[in-house]
Design a protein around this ligand. Sequence first.
Ligand code: NCD
Length: 338
Amino acid sequence: MIFAGSHILSVEQFVRADIERIFQVADSMEPYALRQRVTRVLEGAILGNMFFEPSTRTRVSFGCAFNLLGGEVRETTGFKSTAIAKGESLYDTARVLSGYSDVICMRHPESGSVAEFASASRVPVVNGGDGANEHPSQALLDLYTIQKEVKEKGGSMDHLRIAMIGDLKHGRTVHSLCKLLALFSNVEVVLVSPTELAMPEKYIESLRAAGHKVSVSNELTQSITQVDIVYSTRIQEERFASKEEADLYRGRFRLNQAIYTEFCQPNTVIMHPLPRDSRAEANELDNDLNQNPNLAIFRQADNGVLVRMALFALVLDVVDQVDACSRPVNWCHNRTFV
Ligand code: NCD
């Protein structure tokens, strides 16, 4: 695809070469993310960061990524603090805010809303999650993390075996990840969820159409014995009619160190888009995994900055100027990826 000036709304817009390009640019962002150098390549540019649903990582890492490229960030959070609460349409909001910004990141509770917003925007829009539909930047950082982790352990993306666990019906991260995995070969996917929260058929179809082996289960321990990646997810409470309904499913698939030791292979990488629900009744990834070197959840979150920097640099067409606009940092730093 041509990145310059494009919206990033769905992973469906990518072919494999696009993914490789994004990851190559993400790798080149390391000196900046590690604060070894600063670049001012986006000096004068403004990111409009509009989050109409709760967010920590996505919102802040989009903002940090833009700041690390030298740009500035203006932000709105929640409906109540915007004119949407006064009845303003997405169309008008997009027309106005795109006049203030050079690129916009947006999260919204309704599927398709970010695409609707983008169609009225005068600047590129990046989907930060639209309802249960898609979360393209998360899927990219997940895949980037999978590649890095698997490569470090001497494996490869071809013949990857991954178990996706939890609320697969409402989880937009796993929806986008399934579509991205469809660009690779020979992936084995185990989908573990309560029957009522199963992965929608269309995502299973996209995996099968790519020739991948897909199996479905509602039992955790036997599903994680032969996989390279365990990708756990939270019950998406906000997509249920009531908290009580979500409560029915919380805590069904808990992974802790004892279960990991007994059932997983010693190299199995543990991922989660975060937030993990650490309340006692949920606890899908126990804190006793925190010392497990294969727990990649925080490396995954760190990688989000690299991938989002890459998306901005590509969409605003500055990849070739990043290094020319850089210098060493002034302050003392000893940051590493952990
Ligand atoms: C995810 C999301 O918002 O879809 N979080 C994130 O962006 N990292 C997953 C979730 O909220 O469970």
